[in-house]
Design a protein around this ligand. Structure first.
Ligand code: 0O2
Length: 204
């Protein structure tokens, strides 16, 4: 398979959605209102990860376009849990994409302790061969959830998916601590935002 050709539409989707989601953040800033978006990242899944996941999930390589939903991946990181649902609503109401599925791993955390909101979308992209609908995954999470997931992902990589049980237990405790932090911060959200508005006002 020529992976560069295969993944070109996915790269285009990631680039376009990064611009659009970052544009939402900028618009909030121009209007001097609290942005529910802290930052946005995106990546095309590396070829070795695609092959590994296809083998694990028994997806034939000629069916990854339909069956592997996170080849194009966007991540929206928010300050507060409420912000996640604001972003979800904004994405739902967009007319340039359609939603295939939503997975709320915040209300229903994963066994590992993972929390995040996933939206699987269909995004039409113009290619040199015409329009192609590409599946992409948008992960929306708080800074605390992101901190946890990034560390857990590194450990999973290090231990090739078999994290020792004592570390798994610590990770679960850390996930609860991160969730508590989100809860506590939510309680003083208004105070924090007021301080940030004041700071923003002074520096612009
Ligand atoms: P990478 O390296 O991020 O690309 P599953 O079979 O449950 O793994 P599925 O059915 O593809 O996943 O969908 P799901 O649950 O939406 O997970 C897709 C992505 O969510 C994962 O991609 C991770 O990025 C993230 N994710 C899901 N569960 C966890 C978790 O327990 N810990 C961390 N750190 N991230 C998670 P990949 O392909 O696993 O990995």
């Amino acid at each position: 398979m020529n992976w560069q050709v295969k993944l070109a539409p996915y790269s285009q989707v990631v680039a376009e959605l990064k611009v659009k989601l970052r544009g939402m953040r900028a618009q909030f800033e121009y209007e001097s209102s609290h942005s529910p978006i802290e930052f946005v990242t995106g990546r095309v899944k590396p070829v070795d990860s695609i092959i590994r996941k296809a083998e694990k999930k028994k997806i034939p390589l000629d069916q990854i376009d339909e069956q592997m939903q996170d080849i194009a991946g966007l991540r929206v990181v928010c300050q507060f849990v409420d912000d996640i649902y604001t972003v979800v609503d904004m994405i739902r109401s967009r007319e340039d994409l359609s939603i295939i599925e939503e997975k709320d791993y915040i209300t229903n955390k994963k066994e590992s302790g993972y929390r995040s909101y996933h939206m699987i979308i269909n995004y039409p992209v113009e290619t040199i061969h015409g329009m192609k609908k590409v599946i992409a995954e948008i992960q929306i999470r708080t800074l605390a959830m992101n901190f946890w997931a990034t560390n857990e992902h590194s450990l999973n990589y290090k231990y090739e998916g078999a994290i020792p049980s004592e570390i798994q237990t610590r990770l679960k405790k850390a996930a609860e601590a991160a969730f508590k932090l989100d809860e506590e911060m939510s309680k003083i959200k208004n105070e924090v935002q007021e301080a940030q508005r004041y700071f923003h006002h002074k520096t612009t």
